[in-house]
Design a protein around this ligand. Structure first.
Ligand SMILES: Nc1nc2c(c(=O)[nH]1)N[C@H]1C(S)=C(S)[C@@H](COP(=O)(O)O)O[C@H]1N2
Ligand SMILES: [Mo]
Length: 197
């Protein structure tokens, strides 16, 4: 991966201040997938939120677009020490999708096509902090980067941003997803270096 020289003679610049501890800038966009890339067409994709009452809120591709997309510029940080600054994304805010969801549970298990899971506290998905992303850098998400749609939770390590996302299930307590069962931190704040537990 192409490393970008982030400093000028050791002076700390704006870029360094945006880099969490232990991270290195990359110019390209690495692909990190635990398994095979599922082949999901937008027409067969849907996203659902399931609550403790058995209620399931579901959006197909067109319904998701109708909720309303927004443009986001954000940095992303992978636990394997690479960060990418100022990426342009487009997606639907989770705030909008949770508007009609009634739940007393505080934790979410995120499920992907292909079987990947990751756990996120509900608070980390609301108040403008997370999106169902459908585009990056001005293009539809490619399959290897999670197309047609992935979760984007940029303030947490990038393993929380589940590719090929298909749904969320509310949970009464925090439970580990795929990488969390394999030693990754339950929350994953890059500024606190919550890498492993
Ligand atoms: N479904 C799914 N989502 C996933 C992963 C995965 O293996 N499967 N890998 C995670 C990890 S560890 C990272 S760093 C990012 C990588 O996203 P990218 O390949 O678009 O860079 O996706 C995350 N989301
Ligand atoms: Mo990662």
């Amino acid at each position: 991966m192409g490393l970008i020289n982030s400093g000028f003679g050791g002076r700390r610049g704006a870029r360094d201040e945006r880099l969490p501890p232990g991270q290195t800038l990359v110019g390209d966009w690495p692909v990190l997938s635990a398994g095979l890339t599922p082949d999901i067409g937008a027409h067969e994709w849907s996203f659902s939120i399931a609550t403790e009452t058995g209620t399931e809120h579901r959006w197909d591709w067109n319904e998701l677009q109708d909720v309303g997309v927004e443009d986001i510029v954000t940095d992303i940080h992978c636990v394997t020490h690479w960060s990418k600054l100022g990426m342009a994304w487009r997606g639907v805010p989770l705030d909008r999708l949770f508007e009609d969801v009634e739940t007393s549970y505080d934790y979410v298990m995120v499920h992907s096509y292909g079987g990947y899971t990751t756990n996120v506290p509900l608070d980390d998905l609301l108040d403008g902090k997370a999106w169902i992303a459908t585009e990056a850098e001005g293009e539809p998400l490619t399959p290897e980067h999670g197309g047609p749609a992935r979760l984007l939770v940029p303030h947490l390590y990038f393993w929380k941003s589940a590719k090929w996302v298909r749904g969320m299930r509310m949970m009464p307590s925090d439970e580990p997803g795929f990488w969390e069962q394999n030693g990754y931190h339950l929350r994953g704040d890059p500024w606190l270096e919550e890498r492993y537990w």
